[in-house]
Design a protein around this ligand. Structure first.
Ligand code: RIB
Ligand code: CA
Length: 317
């Protein structure tokens, strides 16, 4: 893990998505205040909804938060092999239902996501962290097409998987299940991985009292984040959640405040076959494979600290 306070060059890759959007709010708040999040590019992938919608949403979110001076590129419309699965039941038909957002003031790069990722890596003096909050297709294609650039990747901080359980099937989490072949490429790549799986993200709950604290911040971004949280919570409270699980923000928060998380090093393999377990992140918790760990798996967090840091970040707009 990087020492606290040091700039972290990063690429935000996701499928906004309410929680992707909040993860980007968190990253941009850092960029404009403590400067730790050194955002170099934004890339999109099909996932929660189709690529055209996630890209439109990405452009609107970046416009809302003032992240308009870094390039934004569209990536994979579908997984490496599987047909695209979407999640409109969770995020709505638009992928970001709820509050009205500004029309985009940022254009889509003429480069593809992978071409932009490669360009950023090639031109960066420092190593770059890829923060992936959607299916891993773009990152997998980058690793396959440009193996020579692996040495320029500091780590891949991803929201995905779960050591103990899934959410889209009993065994698999959505991001991994959408493209298990891509996840397999990432976890076998040798590039350091931080896995923010469901073990931690379902504990990273923003509670209704936290929503109110965000609402009381009274800035243009806090009002939107409040409505995103309310929307996300409406879906989750029907499933018995006490709050809105901040899946994707965990992949950013762990870079900014690693001290609030509990991390275990495991060897993780991706199940790409099977009727019941395709997309499972199989973590060798007991060391039975004898294989070296390939992922820092986040297993727990200080929820109160997480919520306080997220509220503080939204207050910076
Ligand atoms: O399983 C949660 C993940 O799936 C999050 O990234 C959410 O945005 C959806 O993509
Ligand atoms: Ca996502």
């Amino acid at each position: 893990m990087k020492e606290k306070g040091k700039k972290i060059p990063m690429i935000l890759d996701g499928d906004p998505g309410h929680d992707d959007a909040i993860a980007w709010v968190l990253a941009e708040a850092s960029r404009r205040s403590d400067g730790i999040a050194d955002i170099r590019a934004v890339t999109t992938v099909g996932g929660n909804v189709t690529l055209d919608k996630t890209t439109y949403n990405a452009r609107r979110v970046c416009t809302l938060i003032g992240l308009k001076d870094v390039p934004l590129a569209a990536g994979a419309a579908h997984p490496l092999q599987a047909e695209l699965m979407n999640a409109p039941s969770v995020h709505g038909e638009s992928g970001l239902d709820g509050p009205a957002l500004p029309e985009p003031e940022i254009e889509i790069s003429s480069l593809s996501a992978v071409e932009l990722m490669a360009k950023v890596l090639r031109e960066s003096r420092e190593k770059v962290t890829i923060v992936s909050t959607g299916p891993l297709t773009n990152t997998a294609v980058l690793l396959l097409a440009h193996p020579e650039l692996k040495k320029k990747i500091e780590r891949i901080s991803l929201m995905g998987g779960g050591v103990g359980f899934g959410n889209w099937t009993p065994a698999a989490e959505f991001n991994i299940l959408v493209d298990p072949e891509a996840a397999d490429v990432v976890f076998r790549s040798g590039v350091p991985v931080i896995m923010a799986g469901l073990d931690v993200t379902e504990r990273a709950l923003m509670l209704p009292e936290d929503f109110q604290k965000i609402r009381e911040l009274g800035n243009p971004v806090s009002d939107i984040v409040y409505q995103w949280l309310e929307f996300f919570y409406k879906f989750h409270c029907k499933l018995g959640y006490a709050g809105a699980p901040m899946h994707d923000p965990c992949a950013v928060m762990v870079l900014l405040h690693p001290e609030i998380f509990t991390i275990k090093k495991y060897h993780v393999e991706i199940e790409t076959e099977g009727d019941y377990c395709r997309g499972t992140t199989v973590a060798d918790v007991r060391g039975t494979t004898g294989k070296e760990p390939n992922a820092d798996c986040i297993m727990d967090l200080d929820r109160d600290a997480f919520a306080a840091y997220l509220i503080e970040a939204v207050g910076r707009y």
